[in-house]
Ligand binder design. Structure first.
Ligand code: GLY
Ligand code: MN
Ligand code: MN
Length: 444
């Protein structure tokens, strides 16, 4: 039996709306969910609601808009699809406004069909409209049309909003700090993904195709109720491990190669994001181990550099320093550490940042700098730590290292006293990985 996954309570969504409304001061917020996207003809891509909309409502149906009114009588109004017995025969249950109002603790709910005629009325006499701007041209046009609808009536004595404020500005600040329920959900998503990586590591066989391993990951996600990966799983081997966003997942793997898996499930909207690199055979080759140990040391140093109050960018600098020195030691870069850092020569082998915020989005909402200064880390922030080293065949590169691609990625929560590694249980040391591979392959 599966243990039930944690959930976010309706009271928590309502409390977020109240906090957001408070931060608006006065005005109206109009937050749309994501549109559905056609895959071909009558088939759509699996639907995923918008993260900001989800953060404030928990409502997962398409064709919905949340309106929040701030000021003397604050109010939450959900616009959603009508009940439709016929469509429900084809597509399944939909709430309809009445049941949605009740279930999602809204003050009011209305059919989405009335949105365009209702918005100008709701916007009348409001000083400011808070909405995501520049995200979807169709949405921008709809908001401007509603605003013009108010302007058309100003001779009747009402005033039109004078300010358009990007709602994401306020919401990003809120989303950056995860509450207890979010942390519990993210820990569960992390646990499921750890299980998936461990399974993939234990089942990979020389001669398998990469997609067979992807199937092992997906199996583990789904059977625990994580219905989607948080991003397309990267299951790379050999030269593919040096392609940062490798997508093909269709190559046949051979012993002696490295494989790199960057995969994490999404659980009730929340992402996990783990990378592990391990041998297709039983053991790392010498050069593979040297590069692996370097990236592992860089990752450990990065994690050491995380603490409440420390600037976000510190761990990026640490990753660059440790990797640049290691590349010099491996004779892949020449010169002093200062020179290699100064010229950026190490970027031939390490060309991305050390990590990013993690939450409802895999590259989560939230600024990294404020007024030019790196954001100080604070308890409740969740970020990835993912240094890597990717060595493509090239004339001036020692051939022993060709096609070695290593990334090691964990998800870290900043706590009051330091950090908690949400994904620490995924095997990571050379000894643990090789023991697992030996067990997996036995006498092969
Ligand atoms: N999996 C995407 C990333 O690591 O940023
Ligand atoms: Mn990542
Ligand atoms: Mn990743």
């Amino acid at each position: 039996m599966n243990k039930p996954n944690p959930t976010i309570r309706q009271a928590t969504f309502a409390a977020r709306r109240a906090r957001f409304i408070e931060s608006m001061g006065r005005g109206i917020a109009v937050i749309p969910t994501a549109p559905e996207t056609v895959r071909n003809r009558d088939s759509h891509f699996p639907y995923r609601n918008d993260s900001y909309f989800h953060y404030l409502s928990g409502f997962t149906e398409p064709e919905a808009v949340l309106v929040l009114i701030a000021g003397e009588s604050p109010k939450s109004i959900l616009f959603c699809r009508e009940k439709n017995a016929e469509r429900e025969v084809w597509d399944g249950f939909r709430f309809g406004p009445e049941a949605a109002r009740e279930a999602f603790a809204m003050d009011e709910a209305q059919t989405i069909a009335t949105l365009d005629e209702t918005l100008p009325k709701l916007m009348a006499d409001q000083p400011t409209i808070f909405t995501p701007l520049g995200l979807d041209p169709a949405w921008d046009r709809r908001i401007i049309a509603a605003l013009n609808g108010v302007r058309a009536q100003i001779r009747t004595g009402i005033s039109a909003p004078a300010v358009l404020h990007d709602a994401r500005d306020l919401l990003d600040r809120m989303r950056l700090l995860k509450d207890e329920e979010e942390i519990a959900l993210m820990q569960r998503a992390a646990d499921i993904s750890v299980g998936a990586h461990t399974r993939a590591m234990a089942r990979t066989r020389p001669g398998w195709f990469e997609y067979q391993v992807e199937a092992e990951l997906t199996h583990e996600f789904l059977r625990h109720g994580a219905l989607s990966p948080a991003y397309p799983s990267i299951v790379a081997s050999g030269p593919g491990a040096c392609v940062l966003h490798y997508r093909a997942n269709d190559r046949q793997m051979a012993a002696g190669e490295l494989r790199l898996i960057d995969a994490g499930c999404e659980l009730q909207g929340y992402a996990s994001d783990i990378t592990r690199s391990f041998p297709v055979g039983k053991a790392f080759t010498g050069p593979q181990r040297e590069v692996y140990e370097l990236v592992l040391a860089a990752q450990a140093a990065c994690i050491e550099a995380l603490a409440p109050g420390r600037p976000f960018h510190d761990y990026h600098d640490v990753a660059e320093k440790v990797l640049a020195q290691g590349l010099i030691d491996l004779r892949l870069c020449q010169g002093t550490l200062d020179a290699v850092l100064e010229t950026g020569d190490f970027k031939r082998f390490y060309m991305h940042r050390a990590g990013h915020w993690l939450g409802l989005d895999v590259h989560d909402a939230g600024a990294y700098r404020e007024a030019g200064q790196s954001l100080p880390l604070a308890p409740g922030m969740v970020l990835t730590v993912e240094p890597g080293c990717y060595i493509r065949p090239a004339e001036n590169v020692d051939e022993r290292f060709w096609n070695i691609g290593v990334r090691i990625e964990d998800d870290l929560l900043i706590t009051a006293t330091g950090t908690r590694n949400l994904t620490a249980a995924a095997p990571k040391t050379v000894a643990d990985i090789e023991a697992l591979r030996r067990d997996a392959l036995g006498n092969r």
